[in-house]
Each structure stands twice: as C-alpha cells, then as structure tokens.
Design a protein around this ligand. Structure first.
Ligand code: UD1
Ligand code: MG
Length: 469
C-alpha cells in the first residue's frame, strides 16, 4: 500500500525583495506564473490533498491555483506560521506531508520523488530536507549535519555563527515530514530569532530534541534557485530557457543560435524546423514540421503548419493560423486570421480578423482596416485572389475567389469572384513639363532671383510650381 501524500505549497510571502506590486509567485518564468511551474510538477505526484497558502489580497493567486484549494495566512509571520495556517489539511493525516515553496519553481518531479523515497526508507526519518550547494550560499539557510550523517538543524543565515555560515550545504526549502509528528512539532516553533518569525526550518532541531531522526537529500543547484529578487528571477529564467532550447533540439529542431531564441513553457516545434537567431515565442505557439522561422520574429498564441516560411521580422499575434506552405514575410503582422495553404503575405502588411484564401497573394503594404474605434469586423479574401500593393480593405468586406484588387485601392464593398476592383484617382500627364520646370529653376537661380519665381512656364504652370512639386 502506498503512503498517503498531502502537499502544502507556500505562496503567502510578501516578496519584498522583488520591489513589485504583484505577488512574487505570479511573476512569470517562460511565459507562465512561477507558481504554476511548481504545481504542474507536484500534480505529477498525484497527491491525496494539495493546498496552497496565500496571503490576504491574493485572490489572483487563489484563482490561478484552482481547483486546488487555498488557505489565507492573515499575518505573514514566517514559513512555519504559513504551514500552521494549512493545519486542517494534515490534521489526523497518517501519511507524508510534502512542503514546497512556490518561489522555488524549477524542482523536477524526480527530485521530489527522491526526497519522498528517503522519507519512506527505513528507519523512517521524521523529516527529510532537500539540500543543495549553491556557488554562493548567501542568504540561504545552512544544513548542519551530524557526525552520523543525519541532519541536526537548519540555521538561517541571519542567525548563523561564522562557522555555520561557512557551511556549503543549504536548505532548498522543500521538505517531507511525517504527518503524525508534524502538528506537534509545528506547535513548538518559536519566533526568538533575527527576523522575529516562525521559521519552518526549526522543525529539524525540534524533531532532533525529541530523539526523532532527520535526513538531508542533495539536489542539483540549477533546480533549486529560490526566487527572491529580480536577479534571481533572471537566473531562473536562464535555466528554464536552457532546458527548453535543449528540448526543442532533442525533438528535431535546428536552432542556429540557441542562446538568442526564447521559448515559452508550452512552445511546440515539429521536426526539421529551423529557427534563425533572435526569435521569441510567447505562450501558446505550435509549429509544424519543416517550418523555417527567420530572424527577428515574435510569435504568440499562433499556429504554424508544415512547410510554412515565417519572417524575417514577422509578428504573429494570438489567433494567427498559418496553414501549410504559406509565406509570411518581413514587417507583416497577423492577428486572429487564417492564412490558408500556400497563400503569400510577404511585405509590410497588417492582416487582422481575416481569412486569406489558399494561394492568394497579398501585395506589399496591404492593410485590413478591421477596427472602427468600437468593434472589429472581418475581411474575407477568396482562394487565389490577388490584392495589389498598398490597398486598404475596409471591413466587413469580402473579396471573391480569383478577384484582383488594383494597387492603391480602398475597397469598402464586396468584390465578386474573378472581378477586377480598383479605386484610383485619374492619371494626369503633361509632356515635357518636368524638363521645363528644371530649366526655369536653374535660370532663376543663376540670375540670383532665388527659388519660387516663375520663369519660362505659363501663369497656370507658375501657380502649380509654388511650394515645390
Ligand atoms: C527560505 C528558508 C531558507 C531557504 C530558502 C530557500 C525559512 C525560514 N527559510 O528562506 O532556509 O534556504 O527559503 O529558497 O523557511 N511564505 C509564506 N508565508 C510567510 C513567509 C513566507 O507563505 O509568512 C512563503 C513565500 O511566499 C515563499 C516561501 O514561503 O514562497 C519562502 O519564503 P521566503 O521569504 O522567500 O524565504 P527565504 O528567505 O527565501
Ligand atoms: Mg525565498
């Protein structure tokens, strides 16, 4: 029979060192809040109970963690106090209680499993703590090990003696405790320390004082960064990005310069995708096989099907659906629009709230005018249609299959299939006018009369020449 498991995730801290008006655990890593990373990993353990401890005014955190329940720690009196706030979760709980800090988001499920295994190995230690050896132990709590290899105490850096501060093995914050011992041990935690807080870490020496064994398991440094400041957040982001890049390559994508490609936690790339330098994937992007994404593209909430070509300098916004073999070129923005197979939108274009039919060709500078200041409207462009350069399509509007829109047109009414539509001012041409104009100007300058006065052209021509051509 497996031991029942309860999980308590601490997220109520103020995050003072972040200098932020948002709760610390909502700051994103690879495009999603830090606490979601922790929860996704913990869910893989299939715990019998899981509760998140949040602070007051953290309704946003409670919503984000739902359907997991959250409890409010009204006063922020320390990590031990926070676990007490979740006491109902493990009252009379005959199993293991895993405590995780939401500001330590990179722990993998295997590491959690190792700590659980250590707790379940006989003779069962009452508390097992996950430790690590960071290059700079800084403000982390130090693990004081006994001569028998057991864990004797955790000492917070602010309360440590110089000898204790010199210890390299630090507290990651994650621990597993015996559910039957936990309530009694928590009740004995005091706040007579440098911060005047109820430290969860006191659990270890309190257990030892009762003759209960405690143990430490060592984890990898890069998994155990505790995010307390923006600098820590950047360090954690670098670790996540390195993992996501490695995964993309392992799954068959070529990243020409991995360090300049940024992924979101859920980016999906197919096989034989090539990503050039300086590309950013926001959340919600999936890319099919054999797609080429050239430099300086930004994609978010978009799907790109097999064999498509994107960029350089393309922006795919939420709802962009680029279908098989379509081309999206430089300085093109696509939002909430399907670009059907083999259609081309290659230059300087905005396509929003639209359908671009298969094999249609959208000329340079085309704009779908989708917004009237109040609501959005659709542009529907048929299969094989051709939109001439610098056209404005005023939505709602439908361009039929195979229709041609002449360059420079403003199209505000539907165009029938296979028709030509164009709106254009008439063409006026005056033979020789330009040469006469230049001669007149040069002559005036030579005579010292400056620019502006007419010479050589008739009165009508003079008027037109005023203020330049
Ligand atoms: C804590 C540990 C330290 C460890 C480090 C690892 C304690 C006393 N210290 O220090 O030994 O090396 O984590 O990163 O536990 N929280 C609450 N309520 C509170 C206070 C904190 O829910 O009243 C939550 C925070 O939201 C956070 C976690 O507990 O997710 C840890 O709190 P934090 O203040 O970041 O502790 P550290 O100083 O990092
Ligand atoms: Mg912390």
């Amino acid at each position: 029979m497996t031991t029942p498991l309860a999980v308590v995730v601490l997220a109520a801290g103020r995050g003072t060192r972040m200098q932020s008006s948002r709760p610390k655990v909502l700051h994103p890593l690879a495009g999603r809040p830090m606490i979601r990373h922790v929860l996704d990993t913990l869910e893989q353990l299939r715990p019998d109970r899981l509760v998140v401890v949040v602070g007051e005014e953290m309704a946003e955190v409670s919503e984000l963690v739902a359907p997991h329940p959250s409890v409010v720690q009204r006063e922020r009196l320390g990590t031990g106090h926070a676990v007490m706030a979740a006491g109902a979760t493990f009252a009379d709980f005959d199993g293991d209680v895993l405590i995780a800090y939401a500001d330590t988001p990179l722990i993998g499920v295997e590491t959690f499993r190792r700590v659980l295994a250590a707790r379940r190995a006989s003779p069962q230690p009452a508390v097992v703590v996950l430790g690590f050896r960071p290059a700079d132990p800084g403000a982390y709590g130090r693990l004081v090990m006994g001569e028998d290899g057991g864990l004797e105490a955790i000492v917070e850096a602010k309360d440590a003696t110089p000898e204790q501060r010199a210890l390299g093995l630090c507290n990651s914050g994650m621990m597993v405790a015996c559910g039957r011992s936990l309530p009694g041990l928590l009740a004995r935690i005091a706040n007579d320390n440098a911060k005047g807080e109820y430290y969860l870490t006191d659990l270890v020496h309190l257990a030892r004082a009762e003759g209960l064994a405690c143990a430490a398991v060592e984890g990898r440094v890069e998994d155990l960064i505790g995010v307390n400041s923006r600098a820590d957040l950047a360090a954690a982001e670098a670790v996540v990005q390195a993992r996501l890049r490695a995964r993309a390559m392992a799954e068959g994508a070529t990243l020409i310069d991995p360090a300049s490609v940024f992924f979101s936690w859920d980016t999906r790339l197919g096989r034989d995708v090539t990503v050039a330098p300086f590309v950013t994937f926001g959340p919600g992007v999936s890319v099919g096989d054999r797609v080429e994404i050239r430099s300086f593209c930004h994609l978010e909430g978009a799907s790109v099907a097999d064999d498509a070509l994107i960029g350089p300098y393309a922006r795919l916004r939420p709802g962009a659906k680029i279908e098989d073999g379509a081309h999206i070129g430089n300085f093109v923005e696509i939002k909430n629009a399907a670009v059907e197979p083999k259609a081309k939108v290659n230059h300087l274009t905005y396509i929003g709230d639209a359908r671009i039919g298969a094999a249609a060709n959208i000329g340079a500078g085309t704009i779908t005018c989708n917004y009237d200041g109040f609501s959005k409207s659709l542009t529907d462009i048929g299969v094989g249609a051709f939109i001439g350069s610098n056209s404005s399509l005023v939505a709602p509007v439908k361009i039929g299959d195979g229709a041609i829109v002449g360059a420079g047109s403003v199209i505000a009414s539907d165009v029938a299939a296979d028709a030509l539509a164009l709106t254009r001012a008439g063409h006026e041409e005056r033979p020789g006018w330009a040469r006469a104009f230049r001669e007149r100007k040069r002559a005036a300058k030579a005579a010292g009369r400056g620019a502006g006065a007419g010479a050589g052209a008739g009165a009508g021509e003079r008027d037109k020449a005023k203020g330049g051509v």
